[in-house]
Write a protein that binds this ligand. Structure first.
Ligand SMILES: CNC(=O)[C@@H](NC(=O)[C@H](CC(C)C)CN(O)C=O)C(C)(C)C
Ligand SMILES: [Zn+2]
Ligand SMILES: [Zn+2]
Length: 163
């Protein structure tokens, strides 16, 4: 199960909008905003993609923190287990990204680092699948040791093969 929840391939544009809906109570809003902006920047730094925050509810990539059943076919499971999921590119729910708000979201090495998880989910929201390479950001298991250098050469090659 690769958690990119729909089969779409890619966006047919290089400027993609995002917005943040429901926040987590575990981090200040400003921290969430900057961690998510950093996650988008990791991808725009290595590709021709541009991400613009659109303060409205029909942004391409709507991000929100939710728990258990939350309106799609993929309810979350409480603490640990699945941390987040994202839909592949497309209209409506396409690109949307959900974070399990029962997790211990952090800005540092403890708990689950929001920048790392968001960058992985953005990979799916852009159309990338999982990698079997443990060094890849798109590896299916969370790895804490990434915030400094989020993307592997494989991730960079894959996003540039797609856009
Ligand atoms: C700590 N828990 C894990 O490592 C779990 N993995 C995840 O929650 C993935 C996200 C991480 C890689 C940020 C789910 N995924 O692929 C979303 O696109 C399990 C491996 C337990 C499923
Ligand atoms: Zn994934
Ligand atoms: Zn969901």
């Amino acid at each position: 199960h690769d958690y990119s929840l729909t089969q779409s391939t890619r966006w047919n544009k290089n400027q993609i909008t995002y917005n943040i809906g429901r926040y987590t109570s575990r981090l200040p809003r400003s921290t969430v905003d900057s961690l998510i902006e950093s996650a988008f920047n990791a991808w725009s730094a290595v590709s021709g993609l541009k991400f613009v925050r659109a303060h409205r509810n029909n942004a391409d990539i709507m991000m929100e923190f939710v728990t258990y059943a939350h309106g799609d076919l993929y309810p979350f499971d409480g603490q640990r287990g699945t941390l987040a999921h994202a839909f592949g590119p497309g209209p409506g729910i396409g690109g949307d990204t959900h974070f399990d708000d029962n997790e211990q979201w952090t800005a540092g090495p403890k708990g689950f680092n929001l920048q790392v998880v968001a960058a992985h989910e953005i990979g799916h929201a852009l159309g990338l699948r999982h990698s079997r390479n443990p060094d890849s950001l798109m590896y299916p298991n969370y790895r804490a040791s990434r915030p400094g250098n989020l993307l592997s050469l494989e991730d960079i090659a894959n996003i540039n093969a797609l856009y």
